[in-house]
Design a protein around this ligand. Structure first.
Ligand code: PLP
Length: 465
């Protein structure tokens, strides 16, 4: 047999699966002809700037309200994507809409500061552990980029460590070892996740094993060159993989002892797992915290918060001896008022986080049961109002290395397509679900039932064994 050739049975199974995948695409296109036509005629690669998340075809959304969105063909979907986690109150929350309308009447962008910037800053810093100062940016990607620069400036060291499976946005410094990994688990190699990243970047990135004590030794080994360690307490884009609380405490202690800046990426978890994010939940005190998503009320946003001595390195009129950050739209007043209105409504609701956590728990239990009822192998991960469903693996899931060997990435990707046919909007390939305060137990049960039907159809179509 030629190198790389499959045994006949495996190759005919793969062909049958390819056929089933094509069939699933055709079914979706027939169900959503307007969406399919919009994608097909768009000059944007793949039909949509973020098309890689929607497969076999991107759905075109017309409008949203509360926990629902409607596509161009008029189908209503329970929204478990929620603008990649931003819409924690659901769509068109009245407080957010009226704050935005008031600001629209006053002007949309000035470049100079506004009161809404200070007001949102105060609300965030009152809740984020270790947050003494804050700067606003336009995305989570910019926030982590800023964190890297500040950590380097503060320490005079150049390397940044990140964990395998961690997603911190798409800039060159941290776009490594997210879905791919290489080397032994105790000493991973940094693998770029995109063409176009200079190989030299690999020399300034230290890849660490998630939820693994070997990470502490690696931090100590690199300490002389290591500026910062960036981590997610729950690796959202890896499908909701949670770090052990004790391991995170040790991580913090190791960073402190090594004089390495401890950077908590709360772009997903901030104001979702509680007012203080994962750090508040577990009693961590990061040196720097990156934020995004929920703090913008549905508008583009990022922020870097942390210790005064670190944030004060940033000097807007910087020459080369200070940290320079910029951004035409940073601290845009429409974003600031929307974020403030969203956070106020969330924080004023005494049961919001309890409700979100309870709904998430109901979802995780229900989905585990739905997979078992459908006779499909898989595991559900996640914390609070986040969950990730991983087909073809056994739990508990501790890192991207643990689900990888038997996982079913094609199945994971297609599940989102099948769910669309059942009235549930989610993204793929990362099957990460989000809930909002306007989701209810009834809607959670509907999502679970939709998974049951989708999994049964995937089996019948030969996509799942
Ligand atoms: N950090 C984390 C943990 C994220 O999940 C994301 C995006 O999903 C980012 C950073 C990047 O944020 P953005 O997509 O706003 O650039």
């Amino acid at each position: 047999m030629a190198r790389g050739a499959m045994p006949e049975t495996a190759s005919s199974q793969a062909c049958a699966r390819d056929g089933a995948v094509e069939g699933a695409g055709a079914t979706l296109r027939a169900l959503m002809p307007e969406s399919a036509a919009a994608a097909a005629s768009s000059p944007v690669p793949g039909g949509f700037t973020r098309a890689r998340f929607f497969w076999p075809m991107p759905v075109c959304i017309d409008r949203g309200d509360g926990p629902f969105v409607w596509d161009l063909d008029g189908h209503r979907h329970i929204d478990c994507l929620l603008g990649f986690g931003t819409m924690i109150l659901g769509h068109r929350h009245p407080a957010v809409i009226s704050a935005v309308q008031r600001q629209l009447a006053r002007g949309t962008h000035f470049g100079a500061t506004t009161n809404p910037e200070r007001e949102l800053a105060e609300t965030i810093l009152a809740n984020v552990p270790g947050g003494e100062r804050i700067v606003f940016l336009n995305s989570g990607t910019e926030a982590t980029l800023a964190a890297v620069r500040v950590a380097r400036a503060a320490t005079g060291r150049v390397k940044i460590a990140k964990f395998e499976g961690g997603w911190h946005g798409w800039h060159d410094y941290l776009l490594h070892s997210f879905m791919r990994h290489a080397g032994p688990e105790r000493q991973p190699e940094a693998v770029p996740e995109s063409l176009g990243i200079p190989t030299a970047m690999g020399e300034v990135i230290v890849s660490l094993p998630f939820n693994h004590p070997a990470a502490f030794d690696l931090i100590r080994q690199h300490a002389n060159d290591l500026a910062g360690v960036i981590f997610e307490g729950v690796q959202g884009s890896a499908g909701g993989l949670a770090a052990d609380a004790e391991w995170l405490m040790q991580l913090q202690q190791t960073c402190r002892q090594a004089g390495v800046i401890f950077i908590c990426d709360e772009v997903i978890t901030g104001f979702r797992l509680g007012p203080g994010g994962i750090a508040g939940k577990l009693g961590l005190e990061p040196d720097l915290t990156t934020l995004g998503k929920a703090i913008g009320g549905g508008f583009p946003v990022g922020a870097l918060a942390g210790r005064t001595d670190l944030l004060d390195l940033i000097e807007p009129n910087a020459g080369g001896d200070r940290v320079l950050l910029a951004g035409t739209f940073s601290a845009n007043p429409v974003t600031m008022v929307a974020g403030k209105a969203q956070l106020d409504a969330l924080l004023d609701d005494p049961v919001a986080f309890e409700l979100l956590d309870a709904l998430g728990e109901r979802m995780r239990c229900g989905l585990t049961e739905a997979m078992s009822d459908a006779g499909v192998a898989g595991a559900v991960a996640g914390v609070g109002s986040l969950w990730g469903l991983h087909l073809g693996v056994e739990g508990p899931l501790r890192s991207v290395r643990s689900p990888a060997p038997n996982g079913d990435p094609t199945g994971d990707r297609l599940l989102a397509g099948y769910l669309l046919g059942e009235g549930v909007l989610m993204a793929a390939p990362v099957h990460l679900g989000f809930l909002s305060t306007c989701h209810t137990e009834h809607l959670v049960d509907e999502v679970i039932d939709a998974h049951g039907r989708a999994l049964a159809k995937m089996k019948a179509d030969g996509i799942l064994g």
